[in-house]
Ligand binder design. Structure first.
Ligand code: ACO
Length: 428
């Protein structure tokens, strides 16, 4: 227990508040009794200075460009680990031993099928439905099928629900894609890896044998690792807030998917790829850099800048390397990668981007890779949701397991009319 304190002079009164320290990162001022002591709330729309919970899962230092899961740097995990192993780490706080990993992977693979009646939900959607619209609906509907694991007070139920969600998400996302292109659903093959199985369900057809390309499998697995968790971002906070009322995990994850859908969150890789395609050739880059710097032009370099990272997004470094591997393996000659590399070089040596600390973020290269693999842009956010599900369930579980957990209920600064008397309609 820290003996550090902070004193606030509010309403002519000095109020002393405890300061709490984490393992690393900034201290926090515990303001929980502030309203009782001062009659005032704090005001922080966008939560730029507010820690909403204790969490032992993920740590970010945006100034230094550091991202750790369970203390392990994301670069090391992306290079040396697998999505299943990182999932175990996020859920359990420690890397698994060999037997634990095998057991966990087996458990996840046993939950990959969807209830057959759930598959019929798809046919109720229009063919051109956005995969995220389908994901919101189908994931929310899981709660109607798995009553046996929705007692959130029971840790075993929570574990089973978490496994179900992680396991079924690839099946749900792949089926959304198959439905949109009019091909038959491909059922899971549990002999394949988590990512290999997803590739087969997405790109395979029942009429032909599908060979998983190991370079593509590795690249996509890495993309899943890079998106697995990012502490208290908008969608994770949405999951926690929804879960704080005691809602079942399937409903909470559906809420997270809805939040992720927004272009300021999960939709940026699609925008970055569109921008790179619009630039088209390296000779046009200077024109677009000038546009990004022009205050009177709303254009921004998509995939550049981040609310938290004021340094190179560590995930972007891994992505850049992965693009190279995928392009070489698939013999892709798309000029978009050359445009991306040169755009990055030019922007990073330009005083505007240096002064504003604008660096490539994870989305700058991920769209390029996903498109080379064959995913349409509409699937990009669905893939993000698939990978982030483990982070969402880990954070949800952590919240429910916290004995001090309360329903989330922000306060407000009211700016509407003060109390007034009702006026009948004929007198208004
Ligand atoms: N291109 C050009 N200028 C930019 C860019 C950019 N991509 N990003 C920020 N700036 C400028 C702003 O114009 C602003 O300039 P000013 O101080 O002269 O007004 C300054 O940098 C600060 O920008 P803010 O928007 O205030 O920074 P904030 O932290 O709120 O925004 C954000 C972060 C939304 C990510 C922003 O950098 C952006 O719009 N980037 C492009 C979209 C993008 O790539 N989003 C993906 C984020 S990663 C993810 O969600 C997984």
């Amino acid at each position: 227990m820290s003996d550090k304190q902070a004193t606030l002079n509010a309403g002519g009164k000095d109020v002393t508040m405890a300061v709490r320290s984490g393992t690393i990162g900034p201290d926090v001022i515990d303001i929980r009794k502030m309203y009782a002591d001062t009659g005032m709330f704090t005001y922080d729309p966008g939560f730029t200075s507010t820690a909403s919970c204790d969490s032992a899962i993920t740590y970010i230092d945006g100034d230094e460009g550091v991202l750790l899961h369970g203390g392990y740097p994301i670069g090391q995990l992306a290079e040396q680990s697998s999505f299943m192993e990182v999932s175990y780490l996020l859920l359990n706080g420690e890397l698994p031993g060999k037997a634990e990993l095998a057991d966990f992977s087996r458990t996840i693979s046993r939950h990959t099928m969807l209830h057959e009646q759930l598959m019929q939900f798809y046919r109720g959607f229009r063919r051109d439905a956005h995969p995220m619209a389908i994901m919101c609906g189908v994931v929310g509907a899981l709660s109607a099928f798995y009553h046996d694991s929705t007692d959130i007070a029971d840790p075993i139920h929570r574990k089973i629900s978490s496994h179900r969600l992680i396991a079924k998400m690839p099946t749900i996302a792949a089926a959304a894609y198959k439905y949109s292109i009019g091909q038959p659903f491909v059922y899971p093959d549990n002999t394949l890896s988590y990512t290999g199985n997803f590739l087969r369900m997405t790109f395979g057809v029942p009429a032909e044998k599908y060979e998983v390309n190991p370079v593509v499998e590795k690249a996509l697995d890495r993309i899943f690792i890079l998106h697995a968790d990012h502490e208290q971002n908008a969608s994770t906070s949405t999951v926690r807030l929804a879960g704080s009322s005691g809602a079942n995990p399937f409903a909470c994850i559906a809420a997270g998917i809805a939040c992720l859908w927004g272009p300021a969150h999960g939709g940026a890789n699609e925008a970055a790829l569109n921008m790179l395609q619009e630039i088209g050739t390296p000779d046009k880059i200077p024109h677009y850099i000038e546009r990004a710097k022009d205050k009177n032009d709303p254009f921004r370099l998509m995939g550049f800048g981040h609310r938290v990272y004021k340094n190179y997004d560590p995930r972007a470094t891994v992505m850049q390397q992965t693009v190279r591997e995928v392009f070489e393996s698939l013999k892709v000659t798309n000029p978009v990668f050359e445009v991306a590399i040169q755009l990055e070089e030019m922007a990073l040596s330009d005083p505007y981007f240096i002064e504003k600390k604008l660096f490539p973020n994870v989305d700058f290269y991920s769209g390029v890779i996903l498109s080379a693999i064959g995913f349409p842009t509409t699937m990009f956010t669905a893939l993000f949701a698939l990978a982030r599900t483990v982070g969402w369930v880990a954070q949800w579980n952590e919240m429910i397991s916290d004995p001090g957990q309360k329903i989330g209920r922000p306060r407000q600064l009211y700016t509407g009319p003060a109390q007034r008397d009702y006026v009948p309609v004929d007198k208004r």
